[in-house]
Design a protein around this ligand. Structure first.
Ligand code: ACO
Length: 371
């Protein structure tokens, strides 16, 4: 009898960690973040408050929020050694690859790199939360031969993030919609990238290394990369009829449709997508782009009828980001910048109560060969 327990491809349904950070409760249709419902948080509080909740276990009060805002503003200003590297990247280098390199380089300025304490790991997560938007926006603008924009002190964290990417100061609705999308992306239990980060952190490696691995994971089209593919599909479709034809052709060719399906939600709509759809409706009305909303809505109906599959957050975040003027190549980097709050919380938790990840395999190769 084998002593190796059952093999679950993709670790589906396997409990890999204990956590107090979050839970996807599919039965109750609730994404629990430290006891709160993520959708309610995204509707009522800012992204920075959600980040504070993730890192500290409780929602920050007014004073703490101000302190967080100050700390983040400091880290939003990128050091010269980083901005001077952007022009050295080959122009063909993708945005997630730039981000991965930038995150790794941030370790260079961490005086407390090898301190695994909760306090040091929280500081380093704040460092990442501040620096990531500037790396995302700065490395893009450097490649586009545009001026790298410094954050403006009068703007909120999310408004600055948008401004540094697009070059225009956002309206209140634009900043609020973007902020809400960041909250929705902030944490989602144990997806591949968070798991990758926990696995790396479990060797007692540093937080920048764990985050760098998480960027690589999130880049994959089966994970974060889907939001960019969704937008390319919507632009190719152009009209509701165009989308119908495109979906028919892709489904007939047995292709996957990006932005649909989810390992945990399976046959239910991702609750984050429901809220993002509402935001898309409001934004599209504001910008006189209800045509885009209608295309998306039809896609949702077709996929439910033909495949019994429902949108995930990426499906509705993509057109929202498009209407906010964010370059398509930055959708996945933005997703990561938001998710760094949740991943940071997981790394802190992992290193506070660590046990090295080291699973086993079911060997299916030959035995008994001789050279
Ligand atoms: N389009 C078409 N068919 C699909 C899709 C899809 N988007 N998703 C699942 N299916 C089908 C599969 O082909 C498979 O069918 P089969 O049993 O006939 O072979 C069945 O549904 C089950 O698919 P699996 O890949 O086994 O399901 P899994 O749980 O591994 O997949 C995943 C989850 C990867 C998200 C999948 O739904 C997918 O590829 N979706 C598109 C990519 C995407 O949108 N990713 C974003 C995830 S959410 C996020 O990161 C915010």
């Amino acid at each position: 009898m084998s002593t190796i327990p059952d093999y679950k491809p993709g670790l589906e349904g396997v409990i890999a960690s204990e956590t107090k950070v979050s839970l996807l409760d599919v039965e109750q249709e609730e994404i629990v973040i430290r006891g709160y419902n993520l959708i309610e948080l995204a509707e009522k509080v800012s992204y920075l408050e959600v980040a504070g909740l993730l890192l500290n276990g409780e929602l920050p009060g007014r004073q703490q929020q101000q302190e967080m805002q100050q700390e983040i503003s400091h880290y939003l200003e990128l050091p010269d050694y980083l901005t001077s590297v952007f022009p050295l990247f080959p122009s063909s280098m993708g945005m997630m690859d730039r981000l991965r390199t930038g995150v790794s380089m941030l370790a260079g300025e961490a005086f407390d790199l090898d301190d695994r304490s909760k306090t040091a790991n929280k500081r380093k997560t704040m460092h990442l939360l501040g620096a990531l938007p500037s790396i995302v926006a700065g490395s893009y603008r450097s490649r586009a031969k545009q001026e790298i924009l410094r954050p403006l002190s009068r703007l909120s964290f999310s408004a600055n993030f948008l401004y540094m990417m697009t070059g225009s100061e956002p309206s209140q609705r634009e900043a609020d919609t973007f902020d809400q999308s960041l909250s929705l992306y902030s944490e989602h239990e144990l997806p591949n990238s968070t798991f990758a980060a926990r696995v790396i952190a479990s060797t007692n490696s540093d937080i920048y290394g764990a985050m760098t691995g998480a960027v690589a994971s999130l880049k994959g089209p089966l994970h974060g990369g889907a939001n960019e593919e969704v937008m390319k599909m919507l632009l190719q479709a152009q009209t509701p009829e165009g989308l119908k034809e495109l979906l028919d052709a892709r489904l007939a060719a047995k292709e996957r449709i990006m932005g649909f399906g989810h390992r945990v939600y399976m046959k239910k709509m991702d609750p984050r997508a429901t809220l993002m759809k509402k935001s898309l409706y409001d934004l599209a009305q504001d910008k006189n782009r209800m045509d885009l909303y209608e295309i998306c809505d039809l896609g949702e109906t077709i996929m439910a009828q033909k495949k019994g599959l429902y949108p995930n957050l990426d499906y509705y975040a993509a057109p929202v980001y498009y209407l906010l003027g964010i370059p398509i190549e930055l959708y996945t980097p933005v997703f990561f910048a938001a998710r760094a709050a949740g991943i940071g919380a997981h790394i802190i938790e992992q290193q506070e109560n660590n046990r090295l990840f080291r699973p086993r395999v079911r060997y299916t190769g030959p035995r008994g060969l001789h050279p």
